[in-house]
Write a protein that binds this ligand. Structure first.
Ligand code: G3I
Length: 364
């Protein structure tokens, strides 16, 4: 039996067991403990505001090994006006991580959606890299304990441009070389940090996702050729049940293999599941969410280049997917109780411990 065949069996069995509550898997063991046994990290995005909720804090302390600030380290948040930095909320997340011995992932240095308006206005008159340099330097100096940073977030285009760099304020101001320049800048300020390129829309067997995978691989190959200091690729994995039929395990495994063979670490950086039908009974909704996560994680975690899984939030009480809290796309429900999604993560992390000799090494 190859690893992949075994994994396919695992997915169905795991979810069947979960739905009856029959699976013994590790409900009393934290996700980070399970991940840690496999030298992996389990992380979650948190925000300073949500950390004021004691139940949320407890859940994060219990389950998570690494934190990502959901919004507080973005440029427009830290420097809404020229000449001033406001680190107060980013500090709340960083101090919480330190107080509870959690790792901190820096998110995100360059993102077209988080450039402050004053910088956009400046660049219209005169594109000056020194503004990027100052922000990157300020963040990497203040949060020098951060082990990994999203240096460039979502550089690829959408729709017809999905195989090329997106049209953005960075591309307009600095041309296509801005990606390499960003990584060189980051490396100067944090010689030992893991520098990541983070992207979404890479999971499905659709023309847009396929073009984006191919375009991203081309970009990464060029960056490697030019010795640009990039260590890791973040696959956001905002899964979507409407697109889920287009998840093709072989195609996604090939993509991971391509990244791994180029020497990149791979991080699942923003996992959550957007539902397609909120009218279904709760049990069925949770089963569908867990099944999608399970199918995805089976493939992702079969590849040894993948070293971490981070969810974009932890509880449905606080999710960007739906501020009315209707969506159930995170591992814990809005009362912080574990759902099948949590179980699917635990199962997938546990499965990673299966020795290669009994499962074949086709996908490694
Ligand atoms: O806090 C204010 C609130 O006071 C105000 O009433 C409300 C009105 O819209 O806005 C609130 O702030 C919002 C904030 O989320 C907190 O909810 C911002 O407008 C909104 O822009 C912000 O959205 C965040 C978004 O990134 C932009 O920064 C989402 O929470 C966050 O989940 C999302 O995260 C991104 C990743 O960085 C990159 N990948 C995709 C992911 C999801 O879009």
């Amino acid at each position: 039996m190859t690893r992949r065949t075994a994994l396919q069996g695992f997915g169905a069995a795991a979810i069947a067991g979960l739905s009856t509550g029959a699976s013994p898997v590790l409900s009393g063991t934290s996700l980070q403990s399970i991940a840690g046994e496999r030298q992996m990290l389990f992380g979650a995005a948190v925000s300073a505001a949500h950390l004021r909720d004691p139940a949320f804090r407890d859940a994060v302390i219990r389950e998570v090994g690494a934190l990502t600030a959901e919004i507080e380290m973005k440029w427009s948040y830290v420097q809404p006006e020229a000449g001033m930095f406001d680190f107060a909320d980013a500090d709340i997340v960083a101090n919480f991580a330190q107080a509870h011995q959690k790792r901190l992932h820096g998110h995100t240095l360059l993102w077209h959606r988080s450039v402050p308006q004053w910088a956009v206005d400046d660049w219209r008159a005169k594109p000056e890299w020194r503004l990027v340099e100052a922000f990157v330097g300020a963040m990497m100096t203040r949060y020098h304990g951060v082990e990994s940073w999203d240096v460039v977030n979502e550089p690829m285009g959408v729709g017809e441009r999905s195989g090329a760099l997106r049209s953005s304020v960075y591309l307009d101001a600095f041309g296509p070389g801005y990606v390499a320049k960003a990584f060189h800048t980051a490396r100067r300020h944090a010689p030992a940090a893991i520098l990541c390129l983070n992207e979404f829309g890479l999971e499905y067997d659709t023309p847009e996702h396929s073009q984006k995978r191919e375009g991203l691989l081309r970009l990464l190959k060029d960056l490697r050729r030019d010795e640009v200091p990039i260590d890791a690729v973040g696959i956001q994995a905002h899964l979507d049940l409407a697109s889920q039929p287009a998840f093709n395990p072989d195609l996604f495994a090939d993509f991971l293999n391509a990244l791994g063979s180029m020497g990149f670490q791979v991080r699942i950086s923003e996992l959550d599941v957007k539902e397609a039908d909120l009218q279904l009974p709760l049990e069925e909704r949770d089963r569908r969410v867990a099944e999608a996560a399970s199918r995805f994680l089976q493939v992702a975690l079969a590849n040894k280049a993948v070293g971490s899984v981070t969810c974009w939030g932890l509880s449905d009480k606080y999710s960007w997917l739906d501020e009315t809290r209707a969506n159930r796309g995170l591992p814990l429900d809005e009362r912080f109780q574990p759902k099948l999604f949590r179980q699917a993560i635990a199962e997938a992390l546990s499965w990673r411990g299966v020795p290669a000799s009994t499962s074949g090494n086709k996908d490694n």
